[in-house]
Design a binder for this molecule. Structure first.
Ligand code: ADP
Ligand code: MG
Length: 470
């Protein structure tokens, strides 16, 4: 690991990320990151990273284990995006290679420096688990509320105040970049700060599985189990990565049950509702035990508020007109909004010009998508309807005729007619129906909407889910 990042040269820190080589961009990031953290943290986490390849469109980084990768992405995301080239989704263009030679040695040194909550248990319980690592900026007070996320936000606040006493488990699902991890970490911060005696752990499903493997290999599985099963609050991010990992599903389920039975709090996030995950029935049933809550795409006003809040945090002044321009063109993912803001401010700094609508259009042209209307498909509509109406996609597509399924199916046809430019004929074909069935469904739903407030809300949630304004 000799030529880790500690050795890289020093570049000019203020340049943006457009016209400079990847090696330089990386050097600049290192200089900036080194200033931001303690020498020990630098030594433990950043110095072992090697830049393997800087020539292509992306940087290839060799990391000793997956924790280092996560640490880097969680804690230096802003800096990475400021200095490194970005990919199409506005994320730093990095490919990680995990160095298999060093995998079996996950870092106890790392745990102690980054783990105030767990530190006091270390001497007796030396299970190989990473410490509590939370993104510093993912807190309740930096989370902007809007109709699409209000419910989930108040559920998480309620849980953070009284863990294990209200909804348990809480299952949060929704698309990429909509704030699931943000809220999960907010609970972690709150519990750590306000309930100092409670033991809280926040892990990605990937890290959970990797820890399990490491502990199996190191024959420390009993200590590992003891560690997880004596937590007060367990926060698990991206449970969809448990799909197709049969061996681990059972262990996860056992841990889960052990905790729930002792009224310990669990929150799980996922990109799909429980019923759409390819997991065992036992696991799905456990996930549905408590509260299942959906987080949707924020509406335009909320997107603009988020943008302005992020700009404030970074000390960037962004005219309202520009915030609306970006919010209107980038509707499906909050992370992209941030990426756009970073790119725009880097560009303005690089050329020393003010941020205007013109500069935004010029700089962000490739991120601005064509109006989403044209891109919605019948399949996406069906998926969104299944998710909001909380049923399996297979049921929605299948022959079943229960009242709920029939209504949801009609809603899907209603939305297809509203949102697609296709002919009634071809919409009918996509649903395996005739064009007159589609027309009938449309009329029925329109009538029901007029008198059914709940249905109206559900439909507007589906629209938001699809990135459409309601
Ligand atoms: P997810 O886990 O759902 O993919 P994240 O929680 O990682 O999404 O959010 C992506 C980015 O968007 C983060 O930087 C997060 O802070 C930001 N974000 C998402 N929703 C909001 C919100 N309502 N208010 C402020 N920031 C948000
Ligand atoms: Mg996430």
């Amino acid at each position: 690991m000799g030529q880790g990042i500690g050795r890289q040269g020093i570049g000019n820190q203020d340049a943006g990320n457009q016209d400079i080589g990847n090696q330089d961009a990386w050097d600049q990031f290192v200089v900036c990151a080194r200033r931001r953290c303690t020498p020990i943290a630098f030594q433990n986490w950043l110095a072992p990273i090697e830049l393997l390849d800087s020539d292509g469109a992306e940087l290839v980084l060799l990391v000793p284990n997956v924790f280092v990768k996560e640490y880097l992405l969680d804690n230096y995301n802003e800096e990475l995006r400021t200095f490194l080239p970005l990919d199409a989704t506005g994320q730093p263009a990095i490919r990680f290679v995990v160095d298999s030679r060093t995998r079996p040695e996950p870092s106890r040194a790392q745990t102690s420096s980054a783990s105030p909550v767990l530190a006091h248990t270390e001497s007796e319980e030396t299970a190989l688990v990473p410490g509590l690592r939370l993104n510093q900026s993912y807190r309740f007070d930096t989370f902007i509320e809007g109709p699409s996320n209000q419910f989930v936000k108040s559920a998480t606040v309620g849980i953070a105040k009284r863990p294990g006493r209200s909804y348990n488990p809480l299952f949060i699902h929704g698309g990429v970049g909509l704030g699931k991890t943000h809220l999960l970490h907010s609970v972690g911060h709150y519990v750590r700060d306000q309930h100092k005696r409670l033991r809280v752990q926040c892990v990605t499903t990937e890290a959970f599985i990797n820890d399990l493997v490491d502990n199996l290999r190191n024959k420390s599985i009993d200590r590992w189990k003891r560690f997880y099963r004596t937590l007060d609050v367990l926060l698990v991010d991206d449970i969809q990565f448990l799909q197709n990992r049969l061996n681990f599903e059972e262990e996860f389920c056992n841990t889960f049950e052990a905790l729930i039975n002792q009224h310990k709090q669990i929150i799980v996030t996922s990109d799909k509702p429980p019923g759409q995950l390819k997991l065992s029935e036992r696991m799905v049933a456990r996930m549905e035990w408590g509260l299942v809550a959906h987080i949707g795409v924020p509406d335009l006003e909320t997107r603009v508020a988020i943008l302005q809040h992020k700009a404030d945090q970074k000390g960037i002044r962004i005219p309202t007109e520009v915030a609306f321009l970006i919010g209107e063109h980038m509707s499906s993912n909050v992370r992209q909004l941030e990426g756009a803001l970073n790119r725009l401010s880097a560009q303005a700094r690089l050329f020393n010009v003010p941020i205007t609508a013109e500069l935004a259009t010029e700089t962000l042209r490739d991120l601005f998508v064509a109006p989403i209307q044209a891109r919605v498909t019948v399949d996406q509509i069906l998926k969104a309807v299944a998710s909001i109406f909380e049923m399996r996609l297979a049921d929605l597509k299948g022959p079943g005729r229960t009242k709920e399924v029939a209504l949801a199916r009609q809603v899907a046809m209603f939305l297809a007619k509203e949102l697609l430019t296709d002919s009634l004929q071809s919409i009918g074909t996509a649903f395996g129906k005739t064009h007159s069935t589609v027309l009938h469904a449309h009329k029925t739903v329109a009538q029901k909407m007029a008198e059914d407030e709940r249905l109206r809300r559900q439909i507007s949630m589906v629209r938001r889910h699809l990135g459409q304004s309601a």
